[in-house]
Design a binder for this molecule. Sequence first.
Ligand SMILES: [Zn+2]
Length: 222
Amino acid sequence: MGTITENKDFRCSVCGQISAQPVITEQDRASGAPDLDLRPAGAQRNNMRYWAMKCPECGYCCTTLDIPFDDSREYLESDEYKTCGGITVTNEYAERLIKRALVFVRDHTYKDAVRSYLAAAWALDDDKDDRHAKECRLAAVKLMDGHPAAFKGDNNFLLLKADLLRRAGDFERVVREFAGKAFPSQIMTAIAFFEVHLSASGDSAAHRADEVPGVSAASQGD
Ligand SMILES: [Zn+2]
């Protein structure tokens, strides 16, 4: 079946412009294990393009354009916003996802911002744009480092940080922060061990969660 979309009208919460935007109406269930950073397998793998809309009038980017933005329209006209915070991508979907991340940062919703940078990195991975994918991953890590209270006690984000660092090539930091680290669940400890193992071998490639030794493909199959 793949992904089925239809156009719907959205009124921009910032400028009031109405525009038609594609939204997903049906998609296949993810089949197979996700990547270690939870990028889905199967047909959902390439749906990032539908995860952020861009207003054609004012440039506001968000999950849907009717979501309110706490900051002012002036921010959307700033150099920081217009240049994607210095990550100069040509992929329009990556651009929207990075701008959505900047919007989330202005709204102080840092976990959503990290997820948006991650989705942008996936779009750039597909373009083989390693340099900018790395910049997106490091921007996500910088957010986690800069706002520790927002991520405190969330081991899913801690494990995600290990993968972000490894994929960005900062193997030394993965080993330093995660070697021998115990997590509340065996699976999490095994994933951290695997990230350290891959980092010690200088492996920055994407790996699937069912490659983790001792973890079966729990999400495999239909
Ligand atoms: Zn607008």
